[in-house]
Design a protein around this ligand. Structure first.
Ligand SMILES: [Zn+2]
Length: 155
């Protein structure tokens, strides 16, 4: 079903890895899931990270395998407004595919500790507006910021 990646389990943690080398700018999949509102995300407990924000009070409770893509502060993938996952860099075979969760976050609520070990690791992952300006510009240019966030920034 997904020729370019697969979910792998390591020490009880799921991650998604590339099955081959992949060129930059490749479309990997389109995220799908059940629409839920903010209140419902609060009931998810430790599954709160499976809720992908698409509007002020609208989330998608991601289907498998989309929920298993992990966060990185220096990601090799991003999610477009059409919920397509695209590669931002050339990918090596077996490399983990990750995106920056802040590119879909503007809720003033949920944060996540990060230990992605990248040089620019922010340690705390929060709303898009908490990102350094340069990084915001980078994601906007790459087209991997959710539309409701772009609309908010224009105001
Ligand atoms: Zn990090």
């Amino acid at each position: 079903m997904f020729p370019l990646f697969e979910v792998r389990e390591q020490n009880g943690e799921r991650k998604v890895n590339a099955l081959s080398t992949i060129e930059k700018g490749t479309e990997l999949c389109t995220f799908t899931g059940k629409p839920i509102d903010f209140k419902e995300t609060l009931k998810l407990g430790n599954k709160e990270s499976f809720a992908f924000q698409v509007d002020k009070d609208l989330y998608i409770y991601l289907d498998e395998p989309y929920r298993y893509f992990n966060h990185s502060c220096e990601p090799n993938c991003g999610i477009t407004s059409e919920l397509k996952m695209v590669t931002l860099k050339p990918i090596e075979k077996n490399e983990e595919l990750r995106w920056d969760y802040s590119t879909s976050m503007l809720e003033h609520h949920w944060t996540m500790k990060c230990n992605c070990k990248k040089e620019n690791c922010r340690k705390i992952v929060g709303d898009f507006t908490t990102l350094p300006e340069k990084l915001q510009e980078h994601y906007l240019k790459a087209g991997v910021v959710q539309k409701f966030i772009m609309n908010f920034l224009k105001k």
